[in-house]
Design a protein around this ligand. Structure first.
Ligand SMILES: *[C@@H]1O[C@H](CO)[C@@H](O)[C@H](O)[C@H]1NC(C)=O
Ligand SMILES: *[C@@H]1O[C@H](CO)[C@@H](O)[C@H](O)[C@H]1NC(C)=O
Ligand SMILES: *[C@@H]1O[C@H](CO)[C@@H](O)[C@H](O)[C@H]1NC(C)=O
Ligand SMILES: *[C@@H]1O[C@H](CO)[C@@H](O)[C@H](O)[C@H]1NC(C)=O
Ligand SMILES: *[C@@H]1O[C@H](CO)[C@@H](O)[C@H](O)[C@H]1NC(C)=O
Ligand SMILES: *[C@@H]1O[C@H](CO)[C@@H](O)[C@H](O)[C@H]1NC(C)=O
Ligand SMILES: *[C@@H]1O[C@H](CO)[C@@H](O)[C@H](O)[C@H]1NC(C)=O
Length: 467
C-alpha cells in the first residue's frame, strides 16, 4: 500500500516525509457507508428520563477557588506557530509541580422533523518560554477510560433536534446499557458539560459542524445537549441564512438569549463542488481537491468554531455515485498517485488544514477542530457483505485508551504543527462497538452511525473541554 512510499502528489501535496503506515491507511480504507435511509416503522418501547440539569459548575471556576489543594489548573499556552512542532492546547498542571495528569446516500434536504488564564508556573522546567518542550504532555482528553455512570443521558431520545433514526430508544432495541458510561480522561479532568455555561461562553458566536452524516450526528447531539431535547422559543431556525447552495444542505439554529448559532453544513469530502457544464441538468460535478467547500469559503470570516471531518466517503464508487469527478488545479486529476482515492483524501486533508491554518493566522476569533475518524464495527463481513455488530454488552473490547498518539494518523499528521486542533475521538469510540444503531429499526445493520444519546455526546464533551 501507500505505506512506505512517499506521496508524490500535485501542487501543495505534503511530501514532507510523512509516511503513512499500512495500518493507518487500512484504517482509512476500512469501511464504508451506504445506508438505507428509509424510516422503518419504529416501535416505541421507552421514553427516557428527562435530563436533570444539576451538574456541578465547570472545572475552571471550581478549581480556581481551591488552588491551594492538589487541584488542576487550566493553563493557556501561547502558541508560537514559527517555533513549535505541536499545536498547543490548554494544558493542566498540578500545583505541586508534579507532571500534570495532564454512506451513505444522504436523504432529502429537509430540516429535521422531529477563565482565567494562568501563567504557567513552571517547576519542572518543561515549559520553555511559553512553548512546551518535547516531553511535555499537553492535555490529551482522548486518553482515558469509559467508566460506569448512573446519571441519565443529557437529553431524551425524543429530542426535537435529532433525526428519529438515531434514537435507539425509539427503535426495537431493548438493551440500553450503552448509555451508562461516561468518558474519563486520565491526563486532565474533563469539565462537566453544562449547557448554559457553553452557551454563555459562545455568546454572539457561531459554531459550525461541517462534514458527513457523522458530523451531522455530532451537530444533532450538540443541539440536544444544549436544549435537553426540548423545543424552546429561545431557539430560532436560521438555516436559511447559511444554506441553499447545491450540495450543501444544512441546518442552523440560533439561541436568542445568548445569540449563539449552532449549524451544520454537509460536505462529505470537504471539497468544493462545481457543475462541469452548468447548462446541462445531468452534468457531472467537479470535486475540487484543492478548493474548500463553498460553505467554509464563504463563511470562514464569520465563524468562531469550526468542527469538521471527512473519512468514510473516500471511496471511488461513492465519488462516482455522487456524479463527481476529482479535479485539481482546475482540471481533472491526471497525476497517477492522486488518482488513487486514498492519496486524494490525504491530499485533501492536508490541503484544507493548510488553508485553514492560514486563516487562523489572521483570525484570533476562530478555532478550528479536525475531528478524527469515527470507527465502524462491521464484524463477519463489511457494510456491504453482511457485516454486523450484534454485541450489546459494553466494554467487551476493553475500556481504556492508553496511547498518546491518535489512531487516526492521517488527520493527526495533517494538523501537527498547525493551529488546527485535533478532536481525537477515534480510539475511544472504537471501544464502543455495542453503541451503534445496528439492526434496530434497520433492514441492514448500521455499524457506522451511533445511537443518540450516545457516543457523539462524548465527542461534544471533548470539544467543550478543548474550546
Ligand atoms: C492506492 O495506492 C496504494 C499504494 O500506494 C495501493 O495499495 C492501493 O491499492 C491503491 N488504491 C487504489 C484504489 O488503487
Ligand atoms: C512568523 O514568521 C512569519 C514569516 O517568517 C513572520 O512574518 C511572523 O512575524 C512570525 N511570527 C512570530 C510570532 O514570530
Ligand atoms: C525557537 O525557540 C527556541 C527556544 O526557545 C529558540 O532558541 C529559537 O531561537 C526559536 N526560533 C525561532 C525561529 O524563533
Ligand atoms: C527563555 O527566554 C529567556 C529570555 O528571553 C532566555 O534567556 C532563555 O534562554 C530562554 N530559554 C530557552 C530555553 O530558550
Ligand atoms: C449576534 O451574533 C452575530 C455573530 O454570530 C453578530 O454578527 C450579531 O451582531 C449578534 N447580534 C447581536 C444582537 O448582538
Ligand atoms: C453543456 O450542456 C448543454 C446542454 O446539454 C449542451 O448543449 C452543451 O453542448 C454542453 N456544453 C459543453 C461544453 O459540453
Ligand atoms: C428490529 O427491527 C428490524 C426491522 O425494522 C428487524 O430487522 C430486526 O430484526 C428487529 N430486531 C429485533 C431485535 O427485534
Amino acid at each position: 500500500m501507500i505505506a512506505e512510499e512517499e506521496m508524490k502528489g500535485g501542487d501543495g501535496f505534503r511530501t514532507t516525509g510523512k509516511k503513512i503506515s499500512v495500518a493507518l491507511l487500512a484504517l482509512v480504507l476500512m469501511t464504508l457507508l451506504l445506508w438505507d435511509w428509509e424510516t422503518n416503522p419504529f416501535v416505541y418501547t421507552h421514553v427516557s428520563t428527562q435530563y436533570q440539569s444539576n451538574t456541578p459548575p465547570a472545572l475552571a471556576v471550581s478549581t480556581i477557588t481551591q488552588a491551594f489543594m492538589d487541584i488542576t489548573y487550566e493553563v493557556c499556552i501561547h502558541y508560537d506557530p514559527n517555533n513549535s512542532t505541536e499545536s498547543m492546547e490548554p494544558a493542566e498542571m498540578k500545583t505541586d509541580g508534579n507532571k500534570y495528569q495532564s454512506l451513505e446516500k444522504e436523504e432529502g434536504k429537509k430540516p429535521m422533523q422531529n477563565g482565567d488564564d494562568f501563567e504557567a508556573e513552571i517547576i519542572d522546567g518543561s515549559f520553555v518560554n511559553g512553548t512546551a518542550s518535547a516531553d511535555t504532555k499537553v492535555c490529551n482528553y482522548a486518553k482515558g477510560r469509559w467508566v460506569a455512570d448512573s446519571r441519565p443521558p443529557l437529553y431524551a431520545a425524543k429530542c426535537k433536534y435529532m433525526e428519529r433514526k438515531w434514537a435507539c430508544r425509539l427503535s426495537n432495541r431493548t438493551d440500553f446499557s450503552y448509555e451508562g458510561y461516561r468518558w474519563q480522561s486520565v491526563d486532565c479532568q474533563k469539565p462537566e458539560f453544562e449547557a448554559s455555561h457553553f452557551l454563555e461562553r459562545m455568546k454572539d458566536q457561531i459554531v459550525a459542524f461541517v462534514g458527513d452524516s457523522l458530523s451531522r450526528e455530532q451537530f444533532e447531539s450538540m443541539m440536544c445537549m444544549l436544549t435537553g431535547g426540548q423545543e424552546s422559543s429561545d431557539i430560532e431556525d436560521v438555516q436559511f441564512l447559511y444554506t441553499g447552495e447545491i450540495h450543501h444542505p444544512g441546518w442552523g439554529y440560533r439561541f436568542r438569549s445568548t445569540n449563539t448559532t449552532i449549524l451544520y453544513s454537509k460536505s462529505t469530502r470537504l471539497c468544493d463542488l462545481e457543475p462541469i457544464n452548468a447548462t446541462d441538468p445531468n452534468t457531472l460535478n467537479a470535486m475540487h481537491l484543492d478548493r474548500q467547500p463553498a460553505f467554509i469559503r464563504e463563511n470562514i470570516d464569520h465563524l468562531n468554531v469550526l468542527v469538521m471531518n471527512t473519512d468514510q466517503h473516500w471511496r471511488k464508487t461513492l465519488v462516482s455515485w455522487d456524479n463527481e469527478v476529482m479535479y485539481v488545479n482546475g482540471a481533472p486529476v491526471q497525476d497517477r498517485n492522486l488518482k488513487n482515492i486514498s492519496n486524494a483524501m490525504i491530499f485533501k486533508v492536508n490541503n484544507i488544514v493548510k488553508w485553514l491554518d492560514s486563516k487562523l493566522a489572521s483570525n484570533p476569533n476562530l478555532q478550528v477542530f479536525f475531528r478524527t475518524k469515527s470507527p465502524t464495527h462491521f464484524f463477519k463481513g463489511d457494510w456491504d457483505t453482511g457485516g454486523r455488530c450484534d454485541n450489546t454488552i459494553p466494554m467487551t473490547r476493553g475500556s481504556e485508551v492508553v496511547e498518546d498518539e491518535s489512531s487516526d494518523k492521517v488527520v493527526a499528521a495533517a494538523v501537527k504543527g498547525t493551529r488546527v486542533k485535533l478532536l481525537d475521538i477515534t480510539a475511544l469510540s472504537d471501544l464502543r462497538d455495542e453503541a451503534h444503531n445496528s439492526y434496530y429499526g434497520k433492514k441492514s445493520p448500521d455499524c457506522l452511525h451511533w445511537c443518540l444519546p450516545g457516543v457523539p455526546d462524548t465527542w461534544n464533551e471533548l470539544l467543550n473541554a478543548q474550546l
